[in-house]
Write a protein that binds this ligand. Structure first.
Ligand code: N01
Length: 558
């Protein structure tokens, strides 16, 4: 498979550091800056890619674009940076975000402490010295007291194990490992497998000039319009002038993001009423406004669309009507209407995705009722015996989310405990940040955190702040290790499960539950009560002297 490769390790600088950070996405960069500049620690970041950017480095597929508004999807760590950088569109493209990342790296002089093209294979905790040894695929070793895992919640691509997968003679790509070279769809026959966020975005590009574009859909997702547009005259300046105040305000919202660009716009959403507190006419008007405005306002237009089946069904029915408006062929319409409850799979933002199915070169193929049984030399074979011959297969089949980036490394904690084994029945953490028996190892964007359900940069920065404050607090008091008690961890997992059970999130199949990966234990992987609740719960633990953690000061680092 052609993809962005992590070439052999380059000039990795083996050595001893206060902190080692794995991953140079936004989380890793924020951690490096804060630990080095503000706290004076020696830090080394290890990154598999050739440049920083994390998700935006690997997911360079055509059409890749963020679904959080650009003026909100940026780091707050340095005011000069947020004033200097200019965005061009309401929702930024992958390439613009990658440029922004490089701008941050250059402005903060971060690259000198990052080892690129270096992939971690293992991390082993030493009980005698309370330290970690991190080893790379190239054989370099790094030791540190504090280890920060910032390898990303959606960074381990899932390629289904179809029989014959190696037989195909054409080109194959996965959206999450897209190559750096240009890939042209012009005049080619393309089969795209998967219609999640990545699939919906790339479909809009493939369909433009492919000779034939087969969209292989297993489950119809719910898709709402982005209404992307260039930023308006004065819009950026207005936000920038009010960044400190607005960033505070956004953090009071469940997703740490607001659904309107201009603070001067009339307040549209989030709504503060139940879907049943309004008349059907009012409901339609509110949905119509949110639909016309674009973005995730639709999802938050009422307080209960993600909480009850009845409310979720009404939202789903509204979307079904919009599909009927957009797509001419009624048989295709029926396939595009999701059978899932609205919100149980991540809702997707699009730009005219449904309309591509009116084109002659695009065919929607239902692989739920007629599954793919084999990849062949020339394409794909379906259960019915139908052969689909293509020049290219695009896997938009998602990720081993929340845990994959951690379990694919050999992480060994106290007493030889391996993280992969500890999580064999489902991941468990305390606060989504630490794991019992893995002392001194902090996770950003880990399971049972709120990260992937919120503006992920804001969520990352909050966790970075929490972790850095913990490290500083521990060091000031001479503690050499910290780990959650099993009881605190179990209570946190139970709390996250209870919170999820009070919503409709657990009533579907999605990567939120690990159900996209065959054999992965079904467990809700996130804290659903929202960013403000997560922030206050984690801060309360810190304020109480790290309640629920065992702190140890018995050992000295050699
Ligand atoms: O992955 P997905 P994604 N046979 O898991 C299908 C973030 N993101 O990369 O639904 C046939 O959502 C699978 O079918 P089903 C965002 O958080 C953000 O698209 O399991 N099909 C599904 O249709 C997002 O949620 C942005 O039945 C198979 C698709 O592949 C997350 O990343 C952009 C299959 C996978 O969808 C993941 O999104 C992109 C099989 N064997 C991603 N296996 C933005 O910011 C899987 N599928 C806009």
């Amino acid at each position: 498979m052609d993809m962005v490769s992590s070439e052999a390790a380059g000039s990795a600088r083996t050595g001893e550091f206060d902190v080692v950070v794995i991953g140079a996405g936004f989380a890793g960069l924020a951690a490096l800056h804060r630990l080095r500049e503000r706290m004076g620690y020696s830090v080394r970041v290890i990154e598999a890619g050739t440049q920083a950017g994390g998700t935006w480095y690997w997911n360079r597929y055509p059409g890749a674009r963020c679904d959080v508004e650009s003026l909100q999807y940026s780091l707050a760590i340095d005011d000069a940076i947020q004033q200097e950088w200019s965005w061009t569109e309401r929702f930024a493209t992958q390439s613009e975000i990658l440029e922004y990342t490089q701008f941050v790296v250059d402005r903060l002089d971060l690259a000198k402490d990052i080892d690129f093209q270096t992939r971690v294979s293992s991390a082993v905790y030493d009980d005698d010295t309370d330290s970690w040894t991190v080893t790379t695929e190239g054989g370099e070793t790094y030791s540190c007291r504090w280890l920060i895992m910032a390898a990303g919640p959606l960074s381990t691509p899932n390629i289904p194990d179809f029989p014959g997968i190696g037989d195909f003679k054409g080109e194959t790509y996965h959206t999450g490992m897209w190559p750096k070279h240009a890939v042209s769809f012009a005049g080619t026959r393309v089969a795209q497998i998967g219609t999640g966020s990545s699939g919906v975005q790339i479909a809009q590009e493939i369909s433009k000039d492919a000779a034939k574009h087969y969209v292989l859909q297993r489950t119809a997702h719910h898709i709402i319009p982005a209404r992307n547009r260039p930023l308006l005259e004065g819009e950026q300046e207005e936000i920038k002038a009010r960044y400190p105040e607005l960033r505070q305000f956004w953090q009071t919202l469940i997703g740490a993001t607001f659904y309107q660009s201009l603070p001067s716009d009339p307040p549209l959403v989030p709504g503060n009423k139940s879907i049943f507190d309004v008349t059907p006419e009012e409901r339609k008007e509110i949905f119509d406004n949110a639909w016309a405005y674009g973005g995730y306002g639709f999802q938050r237009a009422f307080t209960d669309t993600l909480k009850t089946i009845e409310a979720s069904t009404i939202a789903g029915d509204y979307i079904a009507d919009r599909i009927r408006d957009a797509v001419k062929d009624l048989a295709v319409v029926e396939k595009l209407i999701s059978s899932q409850y609205f919100g149980t799979k991540r809702v997707i933002l699009d730009t005219n995705y449904y309309e591509i199915f009116n084109q002659d070169n695009v065919e929607l193929v239902d692989v739920k009722s007629n599954p793919i049984v084999r990849i062949t030399e020339k394409g794909l074979r379906l259960e019915s015996g139908r052969e689909i011959e293509v020049d290219m297969i695009v896997f938009a089949t998602g990720f081993d989310a929340m845990t994959g980036s951690l379990t694919r490394m050999d992480i060994t904690g106290r007493g030889g405990k391996v993280l992969r084994d500890a999580w064999k029945d489902g991941p468990a953490s305390y606060l989504g940040i630490m794991v019992a028996e893995f002392p001194g190892m902090f996770i950003i964007g880990g399971p049972q955190s709120c990260s992937a359900l919120a503006n992920v940069i804001t969520a990352n920065e909050q966790q970075v702040d929490w972790i850095c404050e913990a490290i500083s607090w521990l060091d000031e008091r001479g503690y050499t290790s910290i780990e959650p008690t099993p009881e605190a961890q179990e209570a946190w997992v139970n709390r996250c499960n209870e919170l999820a059970d009070a919503t409709i999130y657990t009533k579907g199949d999605s990567w939120y539950l690990g159900s996209n990966i065959p054999g992965k234990p079904r467990r809700f992987l996130l804290y659903v009560a929202g960013y403000p609740g997560y922030k206050s719960e984690t801060e309360e633990v810190a304020d109480k002297g790290y309640e629920g953690f065992v702190l140890d000061k018995a050992k000295e680092l050699n």
